[in-house]
Design a protein around this ligand. Structure first.
Ligand SMILES: Nc1ncnc2c1ncn2[C@@H]1O[C@H](COP(=O)(O)OP(=O)(O)O)[C@@H](O)[C@H]1O
Ligand SMILES: N[C@@H](CCC(=O)OP(=O)(O)O)C(=O)O
Length: 369
C-alpha cells in the first residue's frame, strides 16, 4: 500500500530509545518520534504506539539489583511504566491512554475483540493508545515475552496498514552489525524464509532490548501476512522519520502480502494458542484444504489436552506434523467420547445431528505442512 493511503499505523519503540543510559527515561530520542506521530496525525493517519522501556526506565530505582531476578524485573517494570507514560504524555498536546496487555488477553477471542473495540474508540476520539506488555502480572505461560511480536499482534488487531519498528540499528543486516564490520543492510524483504531468520541474532547481552532481530522478523512475518507493510528503522535519528514521511524507505521494508489472511484466520494462526490437539489419519490430510467439514471421528486417532467448544486446537498428523489450527465445535471430552465409540453408527448419527467437528471458515491450514 502506498504511503498516501495509510489510514492507521502502529509505531513500536524499543527500550534503548526510552532509557538510553539507564538513568530513567529521557525525552532525547522520543522527541523526533513524537513529532513523527504528530505529523502523521495531522495528515489524518491514526497512530497506535507500542512502547517498550518500562524495565529500562525503572532500573535506576533498584540500583545494584539484577533484572535476572524476575520479581525485581517486574518491580522495575511497574515503577518504570509510570515514568515512561509521564514522559510520553509531556510530549503531546492531545490525550494518551495506557493499555497493558498479556498474551492471555490477546489469545482470548472475547478479550481480543474488546481490545480492538477500545482501541478504535480511543482513536476515533483523538486519543493516542500507548500499549505495553503487562510485565507485572505475566508468567511464562501468559506472556508474549517481547514487544516486537506484541506490536505485530496489536497491528493486526487494529487493522493497521503499516508497522514501524523503531530500534537502535538501521534495520536488518545480513549479520549482526555490532559483531561484524562487513555486515550489509537489507533494504527490502519480500519473502521471510529460513535464510532471513538465519541472519538474525538476539539482543546484545549487556543491552536493554529483548529478542533482538529474531523477534522483529517474527513480528514482520505476522504483520505482512495480514497485509501490513513492516519497517525496521533506526529510531535514534530524525532522518528516518523524515524519509518515511517522504515515502522513502529509511531501513528494512518487509513487503505486505498482496492476499492477506482473513482477520479471524490470522488471529488463529498468529495470536491464539492451541488448547489441545487432534491427531488425524494420514489419508485425510489433503482434504483439510478444501473439505474439512467432512472430518469425522473416524479420521481421529487421538485427542490430546482439554478444550471447550470454540477453543483453538492444533490438528496434527500421526508423525507429528502440524497441519492446521482450527476452532473446535466439540469439547475434548465429547470428541474423546465419540472417537472411542465402538458403535460407529451411533457416532455418525451423533455427528450428523451436532454438525462438523471443524467448519471450513474456522480453519487455518499451516503453510509448512
Ligand atoms: N542481523 C542483525 N541485524 C541487525 N541487528 C541485529 C542482527 N542480529 C542481531 N542484532 C541485534 O539486535 C539489536 C536490536 O534488537 P533489540 O536489542 O531487541 O532492540 P529493541 O530494543 O529495539 O527491540 C541490535 O542492536 C543488534 O545488537
Ligand atoms: N515490556 C518490556 C519490553 C520488552 C521488550 O520487548 O523490549 P524491546 O526489545 O526493547 O522492545 C518493557 O517495557 O520493559
Amino acid at each position: 500500500m502506498s504511503r498516501s493511503n495509510w489510514k492507521r499505523i502502529v509505531v513500536k519503540v524499543g527500550s534503548a530509545l526510552i532509557a538510553p543510559n539507564r538513568q530513567g527515561c529521557s525525552s532525547h530520542y522520543l522527541l523526533s518520534i513524537a513529532q513523527f506521530i504528530v505529523r502523521c496525525r495531522a495528515q489524518g493517519i491514526q497512530v497506535v504506539l507500542v512502547s517498550s522501556g518500562s524495565v529500562a526506565a525503572g532500573a535506576h530505582i533498584f540500583p545494584e539489583q539484577s533484572k535476572k531476578d524476575i520479581a525485581v524485573k517486574k518491580a522495575m517494570a511497574a515503577a518504570g511504566q509510570t515514568e515512561m507514560m509521564a514522559t510520553w504524555d509531556k510530549l503531546f498536546d492531545f490525550p494518551s491512554a495506557q493499555i497493558l496487555l498479556t498474551h492471555a488477553d490477546l489469545r482470548d477471542r472475547e478479550r481480543y475483540v474488546s481490545i480492538r473495540d477500545t482501541t478504535f474508540s480511543l482513536l476515533e476520539h483523538g486519543v493516542l493508545p500507548i500499549i505495553n506488555e503487562n510485565d507485572t502480572v505475566t508468567t511464562d505461560k501468559l506472556k508474549v515475552g517481547d514487544n516486537d511480536n506484541l506490536s505485530a499482534m496489536v497491528a493486526a488487531c487494529a487493522d493497521a496498514d503499516a508497522l514501524i519498528i523503531c530500534s537502535d540499528v538501521d534495520g536488518l543486516y545480513d549479520k549482526n552489525p555490532h559483531k561484524h564490520d562487513d555486515a550489509k543492510l537489507l533494504s527490502w524483504v519480500d519473502n521471510i524464509n529460513a535464510d532471513i531468520y538465519a541472519m538474525a541474532g538476539g539482543a546484545a547481552e549487556d543491552g536493554v532490548g529483548t529478542g533482538g532481530m529474531k523477534t522483529k522478523i517474527e513480528a514482520a512475518e505476522k504483520a505482512v501476512s495480514h497485509g501490513i507493510d513492516t519497517f525496521i528503522i533506526n529510531g535514534f535519528t530524525e532522518l528516518s522519520f523524515n524519509l518515511l514521511l517522504d515515502g522513502k524507505n529509511p531501513g528494512t521494508h518487509f513487503q505486505a502480502h498482496e492476499k492477506p489472511m482473513k482477520e479471524n484466520i490470522h488471529w488463529m494462526t498468529h495470536t491464539s494458542n492451541a488448547q489441545g490437539e487432534v491427531v488425524i489419519n494420514e489419508d485425510f490430510t489433503d482434504s483439510l484444504d478444501d473439505n474439512v467439514d467432512a472430518l469425522t471421528s473416524k479420521e481421529i486417532i487421538d485427542v490430546k489436552g482439554e478444550f471447550s467448544v470454540g477453543d483453538t486446537i492444533l490438528v496434527r498428523r500421526e508423525d507429528g506434523t502440524k497441519l492446521a489450527k482450527a476452532k473446535s465445535n466439540y469439547s475434548s471430552c465429547l470428541l474423546n467420547f465419540i472417537a472411542n465409540q465402538d458403535n460407529q453408527e451411533f457416532a455418525s448419527e451423533f455427528e450428523e445431528k451436532t454438525g462438523p467437528i471443524i467448519s471450513e471458515q474456522h480453519i487455518a491450514v499451516l503453510e509448512n505442512k
